[in-house]
Design a protein around this ligand. Sequence first.
Ligand code: THU
Length: 160
Amino acid sequence: MKKRDISVSVDVYESRGEMPVELQNLVSEATEAAKSAYAPYSGFSVGAAVLMENGEIITGSNQENAAYPSGLCAERVAVFYAKAKYPEMAIKQLAVIALNGDEIVDPPAAPCGACRQVFNEYEEMQEAPLSVLLAGKDETLKIESSADLLPLSFGSRELG
Ligand code: THU
């Protein structure tokens, strides 16, 4: 038996100002989107912004329901809308941020497993990285490829 280490490297921006303007803008759009969340059950407002290959930004927020499993995360609202609008277009970058009232959730919210699964499939389809930004109060983490958020997935490079 041997051990295999699976590691992920993430870029950490220590402040918003340290990020390229394009990314700062995407985080701002995600923050605005969080304000449109329908989250009466969790009180946790999440916003996602997706930067498409043509430069367009598409946003989404979490939408809850009294029948809890019927709700959907902000990330999938944004990504599904983006791919419904532009089925052939690659998603370059996704930013996510969560608000608890007016406060930015910190350390940042990270996408759930179901959202990661969805990112992964679109990333494989587009054969180009779908990068993910997790925005906290000051620090923002940048994961270059969504595959890094879902190691050991079916068919993944870590398996052999
Ligand atoms: N949520 C998201 O929208 N995205 C995440 O990354 C984490 C969780 C939502 C789902 C639910 O409406 C609320 O946050 C609490 O889990």
